[in-house]
Design a protein around this ligand. Structure first.
Ligand code: HEM
Length: 495
């Protein structure tokens, strides 16, 4: 190294240290009266965040915030945890101009939604303003509408049956090393068929690997840290991906291009068939019946590599684990499965109260999206707590669904046990249940996701006797609520 490189490196380091110290001092004691997780001098909660990750830091914040709110300072980024149901609802209800997932595009925040945008480009997650009502409604008509989902039922059933049968092939029994992959592959194949007419979308494992990478990176602190440093030294254009992120994004484009080719081949071979879903979404947002997709539909092709399938897969996996731990409840569900025609959409969708209760209970106890966050864009006051609390631009507000869903205060002493019965006959409004979000930016695909999870679960249970090998599966809080280890299952075909 030449002396000038040494000098530049030292100057750079000093600049970063000076900046960190300044930011840290200027943002200490920003929420008077609210408990603060102090961490280390100057660096605040940064070391905990980098070493243990955001979920662990959130756990520490929840532990100190008895009144439902607490905060930490991560090098000038103020991280607030709201874990009181009324406050969580209040933050969710804030309009985009006050609080959004990314924050003001002109102000770099550490919101993981920024990382997501750099990896997959624009999507509804980062869009704001009244114009999003139209795309939201397009999604809702396609995925949260009973008639639209009824039309998809035969496809879901077919993919579920094919994937269930593949577990044993021609045999009657099989040891599945990790049912998580089978569940994810079912969901990926389902999307491939529904969107593009390509049920082999999952084959070769490329889509799953890419999607896992995106999901993991979106929840890690390091992409935001590197990005901030790169921005500080003007090594990247604000909002644009870094070199490694751009490489991943190329991988996304390649998968999408392959799917579009399949779609075009499907359309050429079936000119009179109903439009595949990605084409319907495109037409509903100004696209033509052939040729390039509308911007909205193209954004969904990318978003689909991140969201929608692993969450469905996890729903099924957690259901299998809990049902195996509670054989009496599995027996009740089996009795219901045997008493209806599970090949009939109406019966499966709305005449299986115990199945509905099981899925609700899984979403309560193991909410796949276990937390979300908002960045404050405009000064506002949180009024639902004991005292009003002023929130200022740039603050990151974390909202933990898992905490609300498993709090004994709201769900009773058996809050951490799988008890579907609690959902039979409805639930009290005081019990916070937000597995698909809350308010104006809630999930636009939850009915399709729930239907898909139900169909695959019921198909597996009616095809096989399933024995989950271990009963000590624990929750790992990544971007989504994972299991800590592979979920091995022995499957034996029912006679
Ligand atoms: C089990 C499966 C799923 C779970 C647990 C889930 C959960 C959620 C949650 C909690 C939110 C709100 C996040 C927030 O407020 O920041 C959300 C939003 C969203 N979900 Fe889902 N979701 C699932 C499946 C799907 C599917 C299948 C789609 C595909 C259409 C989808 C598309 C979206 C979109 C686009 C948003 C953002 C909506 C907006 O910003 O206006 N989700 N989801």
């Amino acid at each position: 190294m030449t002396p000038s490189i040494y000098v530049s490196a030292v100057v750079g380091l000093l600049m970063i240290l000076g900046f960190v110290t300044f930011k840290s001092i200027s943002s200490s004691n920003v929420l008077p009266g609210v408990p603060e997780f102090k961490g280390m001098p100057i660096f605040g909660a940064m070391p905990t965040y980098l070493r243990e990750g955001m979920p662990a830091l959130l756990g520490k914040l929840i532990a100190i915030g008895d009144d439902g709110i607490s905060y930490a300072n991560i090098v000038g980024n103020v991280l607030v945890s709201c874990h009181d149901p009324a406050m969580v609802r209040e933050v969710h209800a804030m309009p985009d101009e006050v609080a959004s997932r990314e924050g003001d595009p002109g102000r770099m925040s550490w919101s993981p939604f920024w990382t997501l945008r750099r990896l997959i480009g624009n999507s509804l997650f980062n869009q704001v303003g009244p114009q999003i009502n139209h795309p939201r409604n397009v999604f809702i008509r396609e995925f949260n509408n009973t008639k639209a989902n009824e039309a998809k039922f035969d496809t879901i059933k077919k993919i579920a049956t094919d994937h269930a049968n593949a577990l044993t092939g021609d045999g009657t029994t099989a040891d599945v090393d990790d049912i998580r992959y089978s569940a994810d592959n079912f969901a990926i194949a389902l999307w491939g068929e529904t969107l593009y007419g390509n049920p082999d979308h999952h084959k070769g494992g490329k889509v799953l690997a890419l999607s896992e990478k995106i999901i993991t990176l979106a929840g890690e602190p390091w992409p935001s840290v590197w990005y901030s440093i790169a921005l500080f030294f003007r090594l990247v254009t604000p909002g644009e991906p870094t070199r490694s992120e751009a490489k991943l994004r190329k991988g996304v484009s390649k998968v999408v291009e392959g799917n579009i080719q399949k779609l075009e081949a499907y359309e050429a071979a079936n000119p009179d068939a109903p439009l595949k879903v990605i084409r319907s979404l495109s037409v509903a947002t100004g696209g033509a019946k052939s040729g390039p997709l509308s911007v909205f539909a193209s954004e969904f092709t990318n978003l689909n590599l991140f969201g929608g399938h692993h969450s469905i897969g996890l729903n099924v996996v957690w259901s299998l684990i809990e049902l195996d731990k509670h054989p009496e409840r599995r027996a009740k569900l089996m009795a219901e499965i045997n008493s209806v025609d599970i090949n009939d959409f109406t019966q499966l969708n709305s005449k299986m109260p115990y199945l509905d209760a099981c899925i609700m209970e899984i979403n309560r106890l193991h909410p796949t999206v276990h937390a979300t966050l908002r960045v404050i864009n405009k000064e506002t006051t949180l009024t639902s707590g004991k005292t009003p609390i002023k929130l200022t631009p740039g603050m990151l507000i974390y909202l933990s669904y898992l905490h609300l869903h498993t709090s004994k205060e709201f769900w009773g002493p058996d809050a951490d046990v799988f008890v579907p019965e609690r959902f039979l006959g409805g639930r009290s409004k005081h019990q916070p249940f937000m597995s698909f979000g809350y308010g104006p930016r809630n999930c636009v695909g939850y009915k399709f996701a729930t239907l898909a999870a139900k169909v695959y679960l019921v198909t597996l249970l009616s095809t096989y006797q399933l024995d989950v090998r271990d009963h000590d599966h624990e929750m790992k809080l990544g971007t989504l609520l994972e299991t800590t280890k592979p979920v091995a299952v022995k499957v034996t075909r029912r006679s």
